[in-house]
Design a protein around this ligand. Sequence first.
Ligand code: FAD
Length: 316
Amino acid sequence: MSILVIAEQGHRMSIEAVAAAQQIGKELGQPVEAAVVGPAGELAGRQLDKVYAVEHELLAKYTPDGYAKALRQLIEKRAPYLTIFPHTYQVRDYAPKLATSLNRVLVSDVVGHRVENGRLTLVRQLFQGKINADVTFVGEPPYFASMQAGAYRADQAQSGSAPVESFAPSLAASDVRTKPLDLFRESQRAVDLTTANIIVSVGRGIKEAENIPIVQELADALGAELAASRPICDNGWLPMERQVGSSGQTVAPKMYVAVGISGAIQHLVGMKGSKTIVAINKDPEAPIFEVADYGIVGDLFQVVPALVEAIKKAKS
Ligand SMILES: Cc1cc2nc3c(=O)[nH]c(=O)nc-3n(C[C@H](O)[C@H](O)[C@H](O)COP(=O)(O)OP(=O)(O)OC[C@H]3O[C@@H](n4cnc5c(N)ncnc54)[C@H](O)[C@@H]3O)c2cc1C
């Protein structure tokens, strides 16, 4: 029995999934292997018992049919106890199909785990993060789980040197029922906040669209991406792709600066995995301070320009 991580080529969350698999593998006393469609890349430099580079010309472009069929063959060959995915958009698309094809379910959006008496319990959130639920598997493995962004830390993934083996699945053109076209221009331009190291996020405290540049200046000074709470995007003050939260992106940067954001649960679920959270809010009772590592109680129109000045001074 082993743990198998199925990584997504070039996606930062893949290393978080490796960290999760290494921890679970250690606690269960099971070896950890990984697989990725395409070259092994960064996985080869991680402490893994084996890395499978899954290669086939029909996998050159992503399709749920191609990925599910190819990875199913690897799972049948390796018979892992648990297969772990990063909870990316692509995984949301094909992993339930893959699990179902083996008559299994996928426990999605896992935020933590426990091992007690050799038994694995996964923790996942319900009702937009209001409730945590313990989940255990029944029936025979293989089991499947996807890990929410930020639940496990990429910097805790152990480095090493992993043997790489090529895995060539058997795929026929008729297995793939969709023909992927080029990515939409919008998608190509879309901001992927999940890869940002620093995010400055603006909320309704900014009062009007004309004031957004005040916060943009802070983002620029920190070399950060600008993000927002939902009302800002609903108002069209920033594009939807910059929204963080349950109906926006889930992010886990090294630093998240929340400016004039109250900290509603739908916002918190999208950012509470951030390593360091800084909140600027004039209301000392604002719920954002419950998750903040550093809190500044004050008027953002005074605090933000002062911070920008201090950062510029420190950098010069
Ligand atoms: C189904 C559903 C899905 C949702 N999805 C999302 C989502 O994905 N993302 C999301 O963000 N929300 C989402 N929401 C909305 C969420 O419930 C909140 O309404 C929203 O997050 C509030 O945004 P806010 O914090 O910017 O605004 P507010 O709650 O209005 O907070 C503004 C904050 O600014 C502070 N403030 C005001 N003036 C100043 C000042 N001068 N200086 C400093 N601070 C100041 C106030 O004290 C307050 O705390 C969703 C809601 C539902 C029902």
